[in-house]
Design a binder for this molecule. Structure first.
Ligand SMILES: [Fe+2]
Ligand SMILES: [Fe+2]
Length: 339
């Protein structure tokens, strides 16, 4: 019987068929088992590495001077769908224009005086600002100030690689012209909108969220109960629809108040954190990760996790997750664990 089955499987294979029984071992209960693990990157190591990159890596060598938070349990990327990078642009440098299928975001960690030009609009950026570069938008960066600028670059490029839809185009103009007046999107995509401008229903417009507004909002809601699993959460919403930041990712600011301890849960989205201010501990599975300003870490899908601010000062984290993607295809699930 076993020989007959083996011979039958060989016959199927020779005709490019596969029996269901060859892939699936019975009809059993199953739940997600991520193929990648939690990982923690120390800010001290990251910034030291970037300082060195500033000395030895020119923009002639690397189109963008970027260091990836590489998860060694993956071939590439920080999670299965997203990547978090650090980028450095020195005074006088121009990072030339291009566009790609991957959607991107920037969270500015250090410096002032750089302009990000996205789809014809120039955004003056400084520390704590957040800027989107949605899929297939031209973007270039110019540092005409006196300070080195560093920002987090988040992209959905691991997802794009998985889907094999990686269109990418260098801009023949090298630098794109600024075609929109300063503050154009902010003034026209909020409560007042020109009636003849049709919005893309999938991709948001490129947008800059200023840190002073984020900080103001945090102070307005900071006394409220917040989310039991994440503390105070502000989402960088699509300014037109109020939906997630980009179709593939949600970006947020989390604040854990003095000595705040969240409850434990897990979900089918994976989450990447960068510590913007403060220090604390996140428990992922049965391991504790102690973090401080400048550190980054990733919580893979379906790992139980909870956070704790171990200091007297508020801890503020910049957060990226693939929840909108999971929700859009009906795969988002979440459950709580009794502590
Ligand atoms: Fe890019
Ligand atoms: Fe969570």
């Amino acid at each position: 019987m076993a020989d007959a089955l083996k011979a039958f499987e060989a016959e199927l294979e020779s005709k490019n068929f596969k029996g269901y029984w060859q892939n699936v071992q019975g009809d059993v209960d199953r739940e997600p088992v991520p193929s990648f693990e939690p990982c923690h990157w120390k800010g001290k190591d990251l910034f030291a590495a970037m300082e060195k990159a500033g000395d030895v890596v020119g923009l002639d060598v690397s189109f963008r001077r970027v260091i990836q938070m590489w998860n060694p349990s993956l071939k590439n990327g920080t999670s299965r769908t997203l990547v978090l990078n650090l980028q450095l642009l020195k005074p006088g440098e121009d990072a030339l224009s291009h566009r790609h299928m991957a959607g991107a975001i920037r969270f500015i960690l250090k410096g002032h005086g750089t302009r990000l030009i996205v789809e014809g609009e120039s955004f003056e950026i400084g520390e704590g600002d957040f800027v989107t570069t949605p899929s297939w938008t031209w973007h270039d960066h110019e540092n005409h100030g006196g300070q080195a600028m560093m920002w987090l670059d988040g992209l959905d490029s691991p997802l794009v690689r998985l889907l094999e839809t990686d269109f990418h185009e260098p801009d023949p103009r090298k630098k794109q012209p600024v075609t929109k007046p300063e503050g154009y999107t902010l003034a026209t995509m909020g409560a007042l909108r020109p009636s003849w401008v049709r919005q893309n229903s999938i991709q948001p417009p490129a947008f800059c969220y200023k840190w002073e507004d984020t900080e103001k909002a945090l102070s307005k809601v900071g006394e409220q109960p917040g989310d039991p699993y994440d503390g105070i959460v502000l989402e960088y919403a699509n300014p037109v629809t109020g939906g997630p930041t980009l179709p593939t990712m949600s970006c947020q600011i989390h604040m854990l108040r003095s000595n705040e301890k969240t409850k434990t849960h897990r979900h089918t989205s994976s989450t990447i954190y960068h510590v913007w201010k403060g220090s604390g501990v996140t428990t992922i599975g049965d391991k504790r990760y102690e973090w401080e300003k400048g550190d980054s870490f990733v919580v893979p899908l379906w790992y139980h996790h909870r956070h704790e601010n171990t200091s007297k000062d508020p801890a503020v984290l910049f957060v990226m997750s693939d929840k909108p993607l999971m929700a859009a295809i009906g795969h988002y699930r979440e459950d709580a664990k009794a502590d």
